[in-house]
Ligand binder design. Structure first.
Ligand code: PGA
Length: 261
């Protein structure tokens, strides 16, 4: 597992955007797994900037999002489809038909989950998956205790996640109690995984995920078994790690006084 510790959340966002931009330039029809939440917003802004200023081309890119609230339609302003349109898709040259978010209003949610799994497989699998992390170590809406081999399914949100996400809703009572979410098993099948985290509120979860035992009680710790995972965290989120980890390349070059790269 690679761990990159950035000085702050801006540097974390740029470092993660760089990884994604490199992969997109190398494989224009790449399949991205994308995440929502507060953490990726600045990273998405950086990708938008690269699209506008550096010709980063999304025209052939395909995306699958991790999860969606059960019961919210894509035009609800707290749905994850709405979030993705507002924070990324509306501002880049992506073909919206190539962007996939689970339908929270599906008549048959179980069938929706099954079809999502099949669609990912048909697309050739996810080349690179972006993840945030919950304060309780969840990835997507795989809450503590979610099986390692779980697939896309209907999940119950924990009280902690409902409280954490209440900040986006008018009141805590408006937060849906269930969601559709890729499973840990679905996520672990991605060829590459990048997990981003900032803020001290994530420090416990980050330390347990990287330096603790791999356990379903901390879903992000299951990433330890994956061959190609990078954690990109800021120093607040890294504050409970015991070992020393590397700084991002640009920061290392700057500290050597390099001005040309
Ligand atoms: P956040 O959520 O980015 O809003 O902190 C991350 C998560 O719960 O996965």
């Amino acid at each position: 597992m690679k761990v990159i510790v950035c000085k702050d959340s801006d540097e974390m966002s740029r470092a993660a955007a760089q990884i994604f931009a490199q992969r997109i330039r190398k494989k224009p029809n790449i399949v991205l797994g994308l995440a929502t939440g507060g953490t990726p917003v600045k990273m998405y802004k950086e990708l938008i900037r690269m699209c506008k200023e550096e010709n980063l081309d999304f025209s052939k890119v395909i995306t699958y999002n991790l999860d969606e609230y059960l019961g919210l339609s894509g035009d609800h302003d707290q749905s994850y489809r709405y979030f993705m349109n507002e924070n990324l898709f509306n501002h880049i040259n992506i073909n919206k038909a190539n962007t996939h978010v689970l339908n929270g209003k599906a008549k048959d949610p179980a069938a929706e989950c099954k079809a999502y799994e099949e669609a990912i497989k048909k697309a050739g699998g996810i080349d690179i998956q972006l993840l945030g992390i919950g304060g309780n170590g969840h990835i997507a809406f795989n809450e503590p205790g979610s099986p390692k081999n779980s697939r896309t399914r209907i999940v119950d949100l924990t009280e902690k996640t409902i409280q954490d996400n209440a900040r986006f809703f008018a009141s805590v009572n408006d937060v849906p109690k269930q969601a559709l979410s890729m499973g840990n098993g679905t996520i672990l099948e991605a060829k590459e995984i990048v997990l981003i985290a900032d803020k001290a509120s994530k420090a416990d979860a980050i330390a347990k995920s990287i330096e603790g035992p791999a356990t379903e009680q901390v879903p992000a710790s299951l990433l330890q078994s994956h061959k190609n995972v990078t954690f990109v965290v800021d120093k607040d989120a890294a504050s409970k790690l015991k070992k020393k980890y590397e700084a991002p390349k640009a920061a290392k070059a700057a500290s050597k006084g390099c001005c040309c790269c």
